[in-house]
Design a protein around this ligand. Structure first.
Ligand code: AMP
Length: 563
């Protein structure tokens, strides 16, 4: 189109109540996908959209859905379920429902939305469904279960079907459920498929779900541009990775909220227990946690209760001996896993909307380029700044080169992964402390921590359910706040004495200094991250937050000892 002018929300013939909420949310203009998809959906077209999480795709289908329901309400008083939104996991369903609830703040009585993705509350859901909410959000299996139990009926009145993260719907094994579910829908309805990739599976779903669809393959870069998202790497082996992380956190050189990715579930706990010894609190996220706990972790992280979340990527597989698998083996394991449909609701790094993440830290380097891109996509969302810092061991170097090659292709051959300046010998004291703390987290401690967490969850579920329902946020916070304590915490480790600091950061008086205060629930800044320049007694005194890690005398990263 010759016309380059951006369409604004107020030019989309949206109801005032929607426009007011959009403005309250601070969305100045539509994202690319919204700009294109909203008018098409309002026209009544079926749409296949290739859009990643972070592109604003939820609102791209939610806004027209709400508008259409408001339109229908003007012409009929007949209450019925008008829109069904399917998504492959409880977390994603929860996010969609919360976007819709935000967008309907000013018309909450006219447009009601419920999320029935949890398998725990079937009875409550049944009674909620009897009220025929306008929008139902569900996983395919939950929707099908309620349809089969006659708790909801869609055959006569449904006017919109959305299948979000359609490619994940397949990888989570929901294909049959979707097909069966289609038999419960009316002959004619409008449909939307949203997917990060247009795989063959998605294209086959397109054939059975959509009629004459418009396909939107918007040319969005897979990651934010270099002006917004910086990629760093530093070479380090196992023990040094832990020491460097400890030093970066304690020296306040990593600022803002961070997601630390590790290779396995056990390493999630290992890192959490390790950091706990220095009074650095974090929460854990992995595909083996019950869905409710995962939602809680993300929610608490989003609300700022935790500044750090330690996540294991479900794709990561480990040999029993701890070595990583080669590419083909991973492929075959993955296939086996998907056949078993082990955990339909897993998928930590895909789709979950972690909000205001300033830093992604790859404590373990991702096993492939796609995984790097998914992880990196958790930060620099919307118009926010973000950074990715990858720790790279000798063994992980080939993976890093593959990522570097991939990223530089997108940036016209420029080197994208910058070297992060860090001289480990400057913080030798940290290394010394770290080594002990890292080793203190034995396999037994990790296993106990995992067991303890499961027991805690069971206890909470049975005994505290009533209170939990009345005070969901308070209790949730308390519940997750408990340190695991399967490793002895030595209070003195929380403090960073002056002699541990690199020379350039020591105060003139030579006093011991307190560790930085626990991060308060603070306003999210768009200018976060590594070496950020807020003055602190022992912070790098540089003005450029992203490139200023070079403390005087702190130059190149220490070469890993095992190089
Ligand atoms: P999504 O891709 O739907 O997961 O959305 C990613 C994030 O973008 C969410 O946190 C939304 O709140 C936010 N968002 C959606 N639309 C807009 C917009 N037009 N302007 C700014 N932020 C938006």
């Amino acid at each position: 189109m010759a016309d380059e002018k951006k369409v604004m929300f107020h030019e989309m013939e949206l109801d005032d109540r929607i426009l007011k909420t959009i403005s309250q949310l601070g969305w100045a203009h539509p994202t690319l996908i919204q700009e294109t998809a909203i008018p098409l959906l309002l026209e009544g077209k079926d749409v296949l959209m290739r859009a990643r999480t972070g592109s604003g795709k939820t609102a791209a289908f939610a806004i027209p859905a709400i508008q259409k329901i408001l339109n229908l309400k003007n012409t009929t008083s007949h209450q019925c379920i008008k829109a069904l939104i399917l998504s492959p996991s409880k977390e994603l369903c929860g996010q969609i429902a919360s976007v819709i609830n935000n967008l309907t703040l000013k018309c909450a009585r006219e447009v009601r939305c419920i999320d029935i993705s949890s398998s725990a509350d079937t009875h409550i859901q049944k009674s909620l469904l009897l009220d025929k909410p306008d929008i139902v959000v569900a996983t395919p299996s939950r929707a099908l279960a309620h349809l089969k139990a006659n708790n909801m009926r869609l055959k006569d009145d449904l006017s919109l079907l959305v299948v979000d993260e359609a490619d994940l719907v397949f990888s989570f094994g929901y294909e049959d459920e979707i097909k069966e579910l289609l038999g419960h829908l009316p002959k004619i309805y409008q449909a939307v498929l949203a997917s990060a990739t247009l795989s063959d599976d998605v294209l086959s779903l397109k054939k059975i779900v959509l009629r004459n669809p418009v396909t939107l393959k918007l040319e969005e870069p897979e990651l934010a541009p270099a002006s917004q998202l910086q990629h760093y790497h530093l070479f380090a082996e196992e023990d040094d990775k832990a020491a460097i992380l400890y030093a970066l956190l304690k020296l306040n050189l990593i600022r803002g909220k961070s997601i630390i990715f590790v290779r396995t579930v056990d390493r999630c706990y290992k890192l959490k227990l390790y950091l706990e010894q220095f009074k650095i609190s974090s929460c854990v996220l992995n595909s083996e946690l019950p869905a409710a706990v995962r939602c809680l972790s993300v929610e608490q992280f989003n609300r700022g209760r935790y500044q750090i979340i330690v996540a294991s990527d479900e794709k990561a597989l480990e040999k029993p001996d701890g070595g990583m698998l080669a590419g083909e083996e991973i492929g075959s394991k993955k296939r086996q896993k998907s056949k078993r449909r082990k955990d339909k609701e897993s998928g930590v790094s895909r789709g979950i909307d972690f909000q205001h993440v300033s830093n992604v830290i790859n404590f373990d380097f991702p096993l492939d380029v796609a995984s790097y891109v998914h992880r990196a996509g958790r930060t620099a969302r919307g118009n926010n700044q973000g950074s990715v810092l990858s720790f790279v061991s000798i063994r992980e170097k080939p993976l890093m080169h593959a990522v570097e090659e991939h990223l530089s292709r997108g940036f016209k051959g420029q080197q994208v992964l910058q070297k992060y300046e860090f001289a480990l010998e400057e913080v030798e004291g940290f290394r010394y402390r770290s080594r002990d703390a890292w080793r203190a987290v034995t396999r037994v401690a990790v296993r106990e921590a995992r067991l303890k967490e499961i027991k805690q969850e069971l206890l909470n579920c049975r005994k505290l359910q009533g209170y939990f329902e009345e005070n969901p946020t308070d209790l949730a916070a308390l519940k997750r706040d408990k340190a695991l304590h399967t490793v002895r915490v030595q209070p003195q480790l929380a403090h960073v004495p002056e002699y541990l600091l690199p020379a350039a950061l020591r105060s003139e008086q030579g006093d011991d200094v307190e560790a930085p205060p626990a991060p308060k629930k603070r306003k999210q800044s768009n200018k976060p991250k590594f070496g950020s320049a807020k003055r602190h007694k022992y912070q790098a005194r540089q003005s450029d937050p992203l490139k200023s890690f070079k403390v005087k005398n702190m130059t190149q990263p220490a070469a890993p000892s095992t190089a």
